[in-house]
Design a protein around this ligand. Structure first.
Ligand code: TYM
Length: 335
């Protein structure tokens, strides 16, 4: 146990590869926070069930997610890396959260509204409705003070804060009130073909998404075909030049240069040169990561060992919080 502040975050194993938005919006910060914080990171396989994945694919994607996280820089010696379903307290606390959440409050979650509007209420599963309460449980079980995520998760974190405050006020001080750790740069990476929509695993077409496990040629082609505008100068203006601004954000985040420095790198150069340079930075950044992830996937026994240790460490913290929660509510333990 350490005295460091806790962070917790999660990522869904809904695809075989994470995309650039997942990395820049979230995982890059996860890696950075490993040393300054007592960090817990989970692959949220239970959340992924809301998308009814094929069982064989879910198995493969879950392990692939773990391999990618390690390849991206998570070090199981310096953080606790685990799979959500391995710690049953997540479901148990989720029920408590459901009993604290108003129906109207849950109905106002924009991700639920958007997804259910797309597929219609009959085809929308109840799990999608209660999704934010399971996420609140993920966070509160670990007494996390910071939650590193992209902009699209802000509302879920607000709900988590409300639920924690409500519980503490109604029963007993039990939960740390978490804050979102949402950096300005990279918190929202946009689709390369529609730079007004976020880069998303559920986009209709893959052509605007940079997957880290894709072959370099595929990603080079996608970046070179990114939608831009009819002007000529490589400058940052999200309203007028969303495509160029998105590429500048990507370039600056991966090179650790400011937007101003990145603009200066391309002064007097055309969009063709600029896209070529962004493609090179992206592909060279992901090349060793992809190779490392594939190497890790060749040794599932090793990955499973890491996950067993992670689940044990996570469970210790989670079970304590669950016990305190039940005690505060008057649920008696088995004698
Ligand atoms: P998920 O799996 O959709 O995405 C994982 C992380 O990637 C971020 N992200 C982006 N950031 C910037 N630009 C983008 N285009 C972009 N797309 C995705 C997300 O904000 C997220 O941080 N509900 C969560 C998973 C979750 C969770 C949690 C997160 C479950 N329990 C507890 C934090 C704490 C989700 O669906 O993320």
């Amino acid at each position: 146990m350490t005295n460091k502040d806790r962070v917790l975050s999660g990522i869904q194993p809904t695809h075989e590869s994470f995309h650039l938005g997942n990395y820049l919006g979230a995982v890059k910060q996860w890696v950075e926070l490993q040393d300054s914080h007592d960090a817990f990171y989970c692959v949220v396989d239970l959340h992924a069930l809301t998308t009814s994945p094929d069982p064989a694919k879910l198995r493969k994607q879950t392990l692939s997610s773990v391999a990618q996280l390690i390849a991206l820089g998570l070090d199981p010696e310096r953080c606790t890396l685990f799979i959500q379903s391995h710690v049953p307290a997540h479901n148990q606390l989720a029920w408590v959260m459901e009993c604290l959440t108003g129906f109207g409050e849950a109905s106002r979650m924009t991700q639920f509204k958007d997804k259910s509007a797309k597929s219609g209420t009959d085809r929308t599963v109840v799990g999608l409705f209660t999704y934010p309460m399971l996420m609140a449980a993920d966070i509160l079980l670990y007494q996390a003070s910071q939650v590193p995520v992209g902009e699209d998760q802000r509302q879920h974190i607000e709900l988590t804060r409300d639920l924690a405050q409500r519980f503490n006020a109604t029963y007993k001080e039990t939960f740390t009130i978490p804050s979102g750790y949402i950096l300005k740069a990279g918190a929202k990476i946009y689709d390369l073909q529609d730079p007004t929509a976020k880069m998303s695993k559920s986009a209709e077409s893959p052509s605007g998404i940079i997957d880290l496990m894709d072959a370099p040629e595929v990603n080079i082609k996608k970046i070179k075909s990114a939608v831009t505008d009819t002007e000529r100068d490589v400058s940052f203006d999200e309203k007028k030049k969303p495509g160029i601004s998105n590429l500048l954000t990507i370039y600056s985040a991966l090179t650790n240069k400011s937007i101003k420095e990145s603009e200066a790198d391309f002064s007097g150069k055309g969009y063709g040169d600029f896209k070529g340079a962004v493609a090179e930075v992206v592909v060279e950044f992901f090349r060793p990561i992809r190779a490392k992830a594939l190497e890790l996937l060749d040794d599932p026994t090793h990955l499973n060992k890491i996950l067993t240790l992670g689940a044990e460490k996570a469970e210790e913290v989670a079970n304590k919080t669950l016990k305190d929660t039940y005690d505060a509510m008057g649920i008696i333990p088995r004698a």
